[in-house]
Design a protein around this ligand. Structure first.
Ligand code: FES
Length: 549
């Protein structure tokens, strides 16, 4: 037991004295010590309830003769930091969360860890932190929020703002949407980043079966927490660490399921980051190969009509996963935290998964995938597009260039944008932003002002899982390091082809070279920890992690 370093009698008497002061009894010192990393915070509905879940986990851990110790991490809320400078801290928070879990876990010499996450960055943060500890680990998703009045949610509010500025709704209507869209606790309710990463965690094998599709405020979520707490003892007895569970194939399983369900582009960055931290050889090209020919089968928001809570009401995703294993689309022979394989976990599940939300794979919502990985002279390291298909699959247009998100929003709300315009928002990458902000505000503004199907948006920043329209993000190399995106001028021609997966700036090599020679990099002044991210973050095509090595 690692924890003997703080619990062994008599040489650890001083450490034990400290532990007695926080409630330890004599027999607690002989038990496995299990850290419970809670991302509780009342700054956001996503995590507002997680203290209750942490207590349920502690109950489950202690009932199976282990000793649970709850500790907190920080969290930020993407829904609140979106559209302002706070978003620069969002992706960085993933790494601070993973670092904090690693630091507490190592300093406290815990034997096992259960982490609970409920927002876009704290879910991958928890997973990466557990990977760095490499001890028996379980991830618990905090669960989804229910839709608000008239089936609205956070994205409805962002999009209503564009409608308000375009005089399509009144101030009173906007206020009503603001008041009644988000009620209660839980993660944003569509197939956005949190729900997508939760499903990824189940496919990775590090969460209990069906736990990724649960309402935040539900009895099932509490039971899931107790059961997870109970289960850690088996992982500890058998020394099944997280690195024995997550591997290249489980990551590929996850990305395939997310792509089929029309999930968030952010999952690509997070799963690449998890692979990097585990030293798994996985590239954006590999992910393109694995997902390129998949259809889109779900009618979930942001592009579709349904919320995750609707999916819960129609039976979740277990039948669907079983079907994917049966047709060999995902690998069912991989180990999970139950000690069984993915396939064994699903052996009693019937495979008829189809519903109004999940369509027949042979008669999908869209024959091609909403998410496409593109390469070309505009992004030699690759970028990620997400299109529902309603906007067309090839976009050709003239550029309108902005060096920050704020510049673009001012323009979108105040000026009329011509059809076939390609908006470029650059210097928003990991180093250039710094922080690789999400462009939910500009993408929602384009929808709100009614030009969603006639305008495309390209950025070296990211998109929220809630973004839709013809959007291309993660352009790499980013502008700050001299990527071709930094060389674009107003009215240049760009073609985005999501059928053949390329993105090109239509300029001669001679002109590109000329512009490269006179390039003036925009260097944004930043303070404090953003300097750390600016200095040590790696390329978005590799997960945009802080890399200290
Ligand atoms: Fe936390 Fe959406 S802002 S899940």
């Amino acid at each position: 037991m690692k924890s003997k370093l703080i619990t062994e009698w008599p040489n650890k008497a001083a450490n034990r004295a400290m532990l007695r002061a926080i409630g330890y009894k004599n027999n607690d010192f002989n038990k496995f010590q299990v850290g419970i990393a809670s991302t509780w915070s009342n700054i956001t509905p996503c995590n507002n309830h997680i203290n209750v879940l942490a207590k349920a986990v502690e109950y489950g851990v202690n009932s199976n003769l282990c000793k649970g110790i709850i500790f907190n991490t920080i969290t930020v809320s993407d829904g609140i930091s979106n559209g302002n400078l706070g978003m620069k801290y969002s992706l960085l928070s993933r790494d601070i969360i993973s670092n904090s879990i690693e630091v507490v876990g190592k300093a406290q010499n815990i034997d096992g860890i259960i982490s609970i996450g409920g927002c876009d960055k704290n879910i991958p943060g928890c997973i990466i932190g557990m990977c760095n500890l490499d001890i028996p680990s379980i991830f618990i998703y905090g669960g989804t929020i229910l839709p608000g009045k008239n089936r609205t949610d956070i994205v409805s509010v962002f999009e209503s703002l564009g409608k308000f500025y375009n005089k399509n709704i009144s101030e009173k209507q906007l206020l009503n949407i603001e008041k009644y869209s988000i009620i209660g606790s839980g993660s944003c309710s569509g197939m956005y980043t949190a729900n997508s990463m939760a499903i990824a965690s189940e496919c990775l094998g590090i969460s209990l079966p069906n736990s990724s599709i649960q309402n935040a405020q539900s009895v099932n979520k509490i039971i899931n927490c107790i059961n997870s707490g109970n289960l850690i003892k088996i992982l500890l007895n058998n020394n099944i660490t997280i690195r024995k569970i997550i591997n290249k194939e489980s990551i590929v399983n996850s990305i395939k399921v997310i792509s089929l369900l029309g999930g968030s582009t952010n999952c690509f960055i997070h799963l690449l980051a998890i692979a990097k931290c585990l030293k798994i050889n996985l590239s954006l090209k590999d992910l393109q190969f694995e997902t390129n020919n998949l259809p889109t089968i779900s009618d979930l928001k942001p592009s579709g009509n349904f919320f995750i809570s609707d999916l819960i009401n129609t039976g979740g995703i277990q039948k669907f996963l079983k079907f994917l294993i049966d047709i060999n689309l995902i690998n069912g022979d991989l180990l999970t935290i139950t000690g069984n394989t993915l396939k064994e976990n699903l052996k009693f599940i019937k495979i008829n998964y189809q519903s109004k939300i999940l369509k027949n794979i042979n008669n999908p919502i869209k024959k091609t995938n909403q998410i496409k990985i593109l390469f070309g002279n505009l992004s030699i390291n690759g970028c990620i597009s997400k299109i529902s298909g309603k906007e067309g699959e090839i976009f050709f247009g003239k550029t309108l260039v902005f060096n920050s998100e704020e510049e673009s929003i001012n323009y979108i709300y105040k000026k009329k944008i011509k059809n076939n315009t390609i908006i470029i928002i650059r210097y928003e990458g990991p180093k250039g932003g710094p922080g690789m902000r999400e462009m939910l505000t500009p993408s929602s503004a384009l929808i709100g002002v009614g030009v969603k199907n006639s305008v495309a948006l390209i950025t070296d920043g990211r998109f929220s899982g809630g973004s839709h329209g013809f959007v291309v993000g993660h352009v790499s190399p980013e502008a700050y390091v001299g990527g071709v995106i930094s060389l674009i001028n107003k009215n240049d021609l760009v073609v985005i082809d999501t059928i053949n997966n390329f993105i090109n700036l239509l300029l001669s090599k001679k002109e590109l070279k000329k512009r490269l020679n006179s390039i003036k990099i925009v260097n944004k002044i930043v303070f404090g920890i953003l300097n750390l991210y600016k200095k040590y973050s790696i390329c978005s095509s590799k997960g945009a992690l802080l890399d200290y090595e």
